[in-house]
Design a protein around this ligand. Structure first.
Ligand SMILES: *Cc1c(COP(=O)(O)O)cnc(C)c1O
Length: 218
């Protein structure tokens, strides 16, 4: 696992946060990476997250990176630190309400569609802009909107991947200026095992890496 140390070092040199994506991986594998200094772990299923959280060290910062149904927010609201894939205002408001129930503030990222290939989840940029305009952001006290998240197409054409990441960075800049000029809106979550180098070149501040750290999920 020397390669994990190298990955960590190269990311911290570039000021990029690492989410170690531990979905489907056993507790021991997570503990091993934790022992090497990693503190941020990401899961994409509520059930896995709620099973792993209580049996692993308390100082792990758990991120929910996958699609999240509103009726499941309550299960992770007591401990989740950042929810990456907020793709509706309804979900945003649900997270807000659940965070307040537990007297917490939960960080969220707005998921944007940038891939040209058909993607099920995420706001289109125009929809997000108009829905944010209709929303009184000052009324949300349980969530802190920290930035955006997106995924590029799964294609081998690196120029296509690059242009999709560039688009997400553009959207981030415009949203920050229009809606979040003074807040901690400073996270661009983009880049996975196969494309994180390109994502960083295009402005990623947070990469979500699974298979490169833990091995393939089979
Ligand atoms: C699984 C997953 C990742 C990590 O994928 P790898 O290719 O294993 O690095 C990143 N983001 C999301 C949303 C995922 O579901």
């Amino acid at each position: 696992m020397g390669s994990f140390q190298e990955l960590k070092a190269s990311l911290s040199n570039r000021n990029v946060d690492l989410v170690a994506v531990s979905k489907t991986k056993p507790i021991e594998a997570i503990q091993e990476i934790y022992n090497q200094g990693q503190r941020i772990f990401g899961e994409n299923r509520v059930q896995e997250l709620t099973e792993k959280h209580p049996v692993l060290p308390k100082d792990i910062e758990w991120h929910m990176i996958g699609h999240l149904q509103t009726n499941k927010v309550k299960f992770i609201a007591p401990f989740v630190v950042l929810i990456h894939a907020v793709d509706s205002i309804k979900l945003l408001k649900t997270i807000d309400a659940q965070a307040l129930r537990f007297d917490r503030k939960i960080g969220v990222l707005l998921q944007l569609k940038v891939a040209t290939e058909e993607s099920k989840f995420g706001f289109s940029y125009d929809d997000l802009k108009s829905q944010l305009s209709d929303l009184n952001l000052g009324e949300l006290h349980g969530v802190e909107i920290r930035g955006v998240m997106g995924m590029a197409s799964f294609v081998s054409d690196t120029e296509q991947v690059r242009s999709e990441f560039r688009l997400l960075k553009n959207y981030f800049d415009q949203l920050k200026e229009a809606f979040f000029p003074t807040s901690d809106f400073n996270i661009i979550s983009m880049g996975m095992s196969g494309d994180f180098e390109i994502a960083i070149e295009e402005g990623s501040t947070m990469v979500r890496i699974g298979s490169l750290i833990f091995g393939s999920r089979g």
